[in-house]
Design a protein around this ligand. Structure first.
Ligand SMILES: NC(=O)c1ccc[n+]([C@@H]2O[C@H](COP(=O)([O-])OP(=O)(O)OC[C@H]3O[C@@H](n4cnc5c(N)ncnc54)[C@H](OP(=O)(O)O)[C@@H]3O)[C@@H](O)[C@H]2O)c1
Length: 242
């Protein structure tokens, strides 16, 4: 398949690129930086330098890529989730989830892509009986900083899932750890970055429209749907750890 990967240089994107290439897919990878474009080229990715907030340029870039699948792994978060910077990052991250996703959906629709996959999070369910499944409601009555995050995520998921004829797939990831994340473990729902990348590969190839919880098994979250429908394996690791 031809894949347009938005967020090719992020923590998940960097682990996903080799998986997509090993599976034989052609990858067009997006970055805002010419220097990172060189690194993408070295990883056998066709780079495109564009900002997701420049809608006309984004639309041209996605159409030129002629993708079967568009993968949205964009975030705007501080390296290592530095706690002193997470509060000021929340509105920026919410903007990339709402306005950025809207631009990407429009560009994907105009390009004729068949499927759109988007990165979401698995820890904003409304309080209720555990483990949470994909059918449980999000915490839309949250207050304060959590409300900013929930509204961005809700916008991202709505745009992804209701933009026919695109087949929209939402991956609700756990808290990442592993290479590039700045963490060697995480609180539940936890997820190794390699397993996050592997889930995106599996979903590109075989997901149905809908939502999938992607994390390690815990009492917090059910991952049964992803295991059954995608063959998701939370213990997956890339052999080489650059
Ligand atoms: N579920 C989770 O727990 C989770 C999920 C994601 C990230 N994180 C954490 O957050 C921290 C930062 O993540 P990260 O290193 O992936 O960095 P990041 O700064 O959040 O960037 C992620 C990707 O989004 C792209 N991007 C951001 N804004 C863009 C824009 N306006 N236009 C186009 N592309 C844009 C970046 O591309 P360029 O910079 O190349 O333009 C990069 O490829 C890490 O510690 C990571 O572990 C956690």
């Amino acid at each position: 398949m031809r894949i347009f990967l938005a967020g090719a240089t992020g923590v998940i994107g960097r682990r996903l690129v080799p998986l997509l290439r090993m599976a034989g897919h052609h990858v067009v990878g997006m970055t805002r930086s010419a220097a990172k474009a060189d690194a993408l080229r070295a990883a056998d990715v066709e780079p495109v330098v564009v900002d997701v907030f420049d809608a006309p340029a984004l639309s041209r870039a996605v159409s030129d890529a002629r993708p079967d699948v568009v993968i949205h792994q964009l975030t705007d978060l501080p390296p290592g989730l530095d706690p002193s910077r997470t509060a000021e990052a929340a509105p920026r991250n919410a903007r990339i989830r709402s306005e950025g996703t809207e631009n990407l959906v429009r560009a994907a629709l105009a390009s004729g892509a068949r499927r759109l996959l988007a990165q979401s999070i698995a820890w904003i369910y409304a309080a209720g009986p555990r483990p949470y499944t994909e059918a449980d409601p999000l915490d839309i009555h949250a207050q304060g900083a959590r409300a900013i995050t929930v509204s961005g995520v809700a916008a991202l998921e709505r745009l992804t899932l209701s933009s026919p004829p695109l087949e929209g797939v939402v991956l609700r990831y756990g808290h990442l750890y592993g290479p590039g994340t700045g963490a060697d473990r995480a609180d539940a729902p936890s997820l190794h970055v390699d397993a996050a990348a592997a889930a995106a590969l599996l979903a590109s190839e075989k997901a149905h429209t809908g939502i999938y919880n992607i994390a390690e098994p815990s009492g917090y979250l059910s991952i049964e749907k992803a295991q059954r429908e995608l063959g998701f394996d939370p213990s997956f690791r890339l052999r080489a750890h650059p």
